[in-house]
Design a protein around this ligand. Sequence first.
Ligand code: Q46
Ligand code: ZN
Ligand code: ZN
Length: 302
Amino acid sequence: MRCKFCERPAFIKLHYPKMYLCPEHFTEYFERKVKRTIERYKLIKPGERILVVVSGGKDSAVTAHVLKKLGYDIECLHINLGIGEYSEKSEEYAKRQCEKLGVPLHIVRVRELLGKGIGEVRTRRPTCSYCGLTKRYIFNKFAYDNGFDAVATGHNLDDEAGFILANILNWNTQYLAKQGPVTSAQFNGKLVKKIKPLYELTEREVVAYALANGIEYHIEECPHAVGATTIEVKGILNEMEEKRPGTKINFVKGYLRKKGLFEGELQEADLRECGVCGMPSSGEVCSFCRFWHREEPINFRL
Ligand code: Q46
Ligand code: ZN
Ligand code: ZN
């Protein structure tokens, strides 16, 4: 098969819209789609400084690569979670990716910062739950302390479709009222804007973009990821996509149109300043400071 736009042999067959593309034309298609996502959902305003959270994996590496190529002002942050060899390798990949891109990389190591790695804390809370809480706190505080206008993450269409479906299965209406490609800044900017530039691109397309552009990334999954429900839900969505191309994008776009239905359920917690760190909190002390028994704030200012 030949590329739709030139004579070269096809490198990928897209199912929705159906077309064959060579590496160059696929790269063009992919970058145009990211640009359109940024414009359509107003993710980035001119002149904004963006902090890209890079894990060492494909999604965040591709996010940083495309944003840089499109000319946005980016720097990267890697959070080393302290999960044995997995985290060491992840950090190596993040370093190599940023070096190749020529983008500044900042590294925060959870064990050095908090005394223990993720998975080493004795608690009844599931590992992924306090890992998520810790990561979100660190990237938000890092961005806030250093005056970034937004934090970009590598979430792709498969992640979003899976997340929405999983939350519908549990009727978790609080989450369903809030998801989307952009979460605006709140609480005088202490909750920094979050953006997802790969919102409309499938995991398969992200893998293909990395391959076509020589982006190396950590393939291994985090050892704690095994058996997570989101993986099962994604599997179901993949089967449906196979039979009916366009299922994922139509599902996610439909959700964005109907999101308002859940807004009535939103119980906005009254946010106040955490007594320890001063960041937004629903209680007297924020969940990060409570979980890690913090007695003083962390300052990430460079
Ligand atoms: S939450 Fe859980 Fe991930 Fe943290 S412990 Fe690993 S799998 S890294 S996205
Ligand atoms: Zn071509
Ligand atoms: Zn706090």
